[in-house]
Design a protein around this ligand. Sequence first.
Ligand code: VAH
Length: 316
Amino acid sequence: MKKILVTGALGQIGSELTGKLRAVYGADNVIATDIRSNESDVVFDGPFEILDVMDDKKMHDIVKRNKVDTIIHLAALLSATAELKPLLAWNLNMGGLVNALEVAREENCQFFTPSSIGAFGPTTPKDHTPQDTIQRPTTMYGVNKVSGELLCDYYYHKFGVDTRGLRFPGLISYVAPPGGGTTDYAVEIYYEALQKQKYTSYIGEGTYMDMMYMPDALQAIVSLMEADPAKLIHRNSFNVTAMSFEPEQVAAEIRKHIPAFTMDYQVDPARQKIADSWPNSIDPTAAKEEWGFKAEYNLENMTVDMLEKLKAKLNV
Ligand code: VAH
């Protein structure tokens, strides 16, 4: 990767990935784009352009003008929003992906886009979900992710585009709050523990989902994109995870630092239904064996870092 275009750079992943890529490859070598602008480091610390990923001509122009050799395509609607607006999700998630893949094909760019544990469904083995298994998701987001995995493999086999992807679990971060996800409770709980010493979870007790702290997710993207292609048996997309927990476990970890913290439940049936269709835990063996995936954070040290960083951010 030498000259990188990031779409959806102001989203939960992009807000931190852009800074990491600029630190590794040089600020001027990472062109951040999003459908809107804001007052963040992503906009001020390096090249930034407004880009709607449905505008294939503008995307192509930005790539040619900047001699981009790598496209990191993040722009997409997440699971809960996609379930509320399924046709918009199909059009944006798939239309944007096709546009980005076509530009990567025409301009010979390496390509990354995230998949998700949402690419699995109720008939997928729920525990230690294998890399290669049944994928019959029952959400529009999951249909988008499975379709995206297949499309990215197609562009590799048919056109030789160097496509690579990761099936991310829920990502936990303190920079940009997630928007429209099912796993967002695992981010909200930290904010509200500090601000209110209590949290009402919309995901029910005992609902296990895979999770990962954002620093591990960012490193996984860079490591995968730098991996020796000769060693990649899989490409789109690798299971990656750092931990699997249910709401009571993250509440108990927070209580070690905020003893007065309490949590109750007001389950959101829509997001609970999505969560119930996903695995309890996935198996990241292929990622470990093919490109050395390793997570540094678990629930304990992530909670220490999240609370420390959020205390500073929230000034509490
Ligand atoms: C979501 N955070 O909840 C995303 C992610 C595995 C979950 O794909 O939609």
